[in-house]
Design a protein around this ligand. Structure first.
Ligand code: SF4
Length: 417
């Protein structure tokens, strides 16, 4: 069912941004949860669209509009609310219509960035062209220089991938499942290698072989009249020309895949295609889809997958070191880093005054920033007790069972806290 007829653009944006609101995006959204607190988008209108606070890689937080260009789709993925033939309200925008609406939001200070995807209509190539045209209008006709995350459609061609990379700050492909076999259980008409993995490979090939693009729309004068010129101006000042980062998304539990399968593919993507991040969305059954009777995935599994993926990406862990059970899944009750430390450091605790950075990262409660602080602090004086760790912002209680400070086990000091 199409919703466009007689429906104004604001109502369509409300619908499409709500339909996109559960798609995870950007580094770590903080503050308001996705979809929970829609905001008014002009001072005068009571209408609401879903705008999300999103944290940029450099730590800045921006107001991100996440939306579909169209929720019409010709495919029939088993898990998806937008699958063809499902009775639901749908809407669609033309590229110039959407670009004008977005710029209205931008100029009144309601949004600073855009994450845009779409259902498929007329094939992946045609749909990708519409997405590209939308961002092209924003960049070249409207002069928008802020953050854009652009979804690559299944089957996008190489020149489209290049064009997307010239226009966007981030591009992503939803792999949905970790391999061909698993994808066939979720989306029988999607081709894992040819349609989904290939665009990601092209992104990395382009990054490796071509110089970063010239982006003439990044001019400070374009932001002088907006209420959000601060972020844009900072972005311009920092801008040196770069290719976009890449992310992907998996539906965790939708195809009965194991954590080992998901993390094997994630690890390969990070190491070989410099994937910035994998997002894991716990499967949740949608009424009137072929998987409507399948049990929902425990949200804790999603959390454990994120923890494990960060251990692989940022903490120097190898896949073989993660505590997979015989079924290939991580134990839900235990943090994977805690489980590793309990079997490797309980009997042989680590001396924090001499451990190198990679060893420090193995200790629960010590992250990359904490490890840097420890290395810096001990250049000035030896670390002797847990209070010194606490002053560095380290979670002393979590670290204590696994460390020595000046040769002393610290677990006994916990009662002092
Ligand atoms: S192609 Fe995308 S929007 Fe269409 S049914 Fe599949 S997952 Fe849903």
């Amino acid at each position: 069912m199409f919703y466009n007829k007689g429906v104004d653009a604001i109502s369509r944006l409300q619908l499409l941004s709500a339909q996109m609101s559960l798609e995870p995006a950007e580094e770590a959204s903080t503050g308001r949860s996705a979809g929970q607190k829609p905001v008014c988008f002009t001072p005068k209108q009571a209408d609401e669209v879903f705008i999300h606070p999103a944290q940029m890689p450099d730590g800045r937080q921006i107001e991100l509009l996440k939306t579909l260009l169209s929720s019409a789709c010709e495919r029939d993925c088993f898990y998806c609310p937008f699958r063809a033939g499902r009775d639901m309200r749908r809407a669609t925008f033309k590229p110039d219509e959407f670009a004008a609406l977005f710029m209205n939001l931008y100029r009144v200070g309601a949004v600073e960035g855009l994450f845009v995807s779409s259902g498929l209509a007329g094939g992946g190539v045609r749909t990708q062209d519409k997405l590209l045209d939308t961002v092209d209008i924003l960049r070249h006709r409207q002069g928008f220089g802020g953050y854009v995350h652009l979804k690559l459609m299944p089957g996008a061609e190489k020149d489209q991938v290049l064009r997307a990379m010239q226009l966007a700050d981030r591009v992503s492909v939803n792999l949905e499942a970790p391999n061909t076999d698993r994808l066939s259980r979720l989306a029988p008409h999607k081709q894992f290698i040819e349609e989904l993995m290939q665009p990601l490979k092209w992104v990395e090939e382009i990054r490796r072989t071509m110089p970063p693009p010239h982006q003439p729309w990044r001019r400070p004068s374009d932001y002088a009249t907006t209420q959000l010129s601060h972020y844009a101006t900072n972005q311009l000042r920092d801008y040196k020309g770069h290719w976009p980062s890449t992310t992907t998304q998996f539906v965790a539990g939708g195809a009965d895949e194991s954590d080992l399968e998901l993390l094997t593919t994630t690890d390969w993507l990070v190491r070989n295609l410099r994937l910035k991040r994998a997002y894991f969305s716990a499967f949740s059954p949608i009424p009137d889809t072929p998987l409507e009777n399948k049990a929902a995935t425990d949200p804790l599994r999603e959390h454990r997958l994120y923890q494990a993926s960060f251990l692989l990406r940022d903490y120097g862990f190898d896949l073989e070191e993660l505590p997979f059970a015989t079924d290939g899944n991580l134990p839900l009750p235990t943090d994977p880093k805690q489980a590793w430390a309990e079997s490797h450091l309980s009997q042989t605790p680590l001396e924090l005054n001499t451990a190198d950075r990679s060893q420090l990262l193995r200790v629960p409660g010590i992250g990359p920033k904490g490890a840097e602080k420890i290395v810096k602090a001990r250049r000035e004086r030896r670390l002797r007790d847990l209070s010194m760790l606490r002053k560095l912002g380290i979670s002393a209680e979590r670290a204590a069972p696994f460390v020595l400070l000046d040769g002393q086990r610290m677990a006994g000091q916990l009662r002092l806290f």
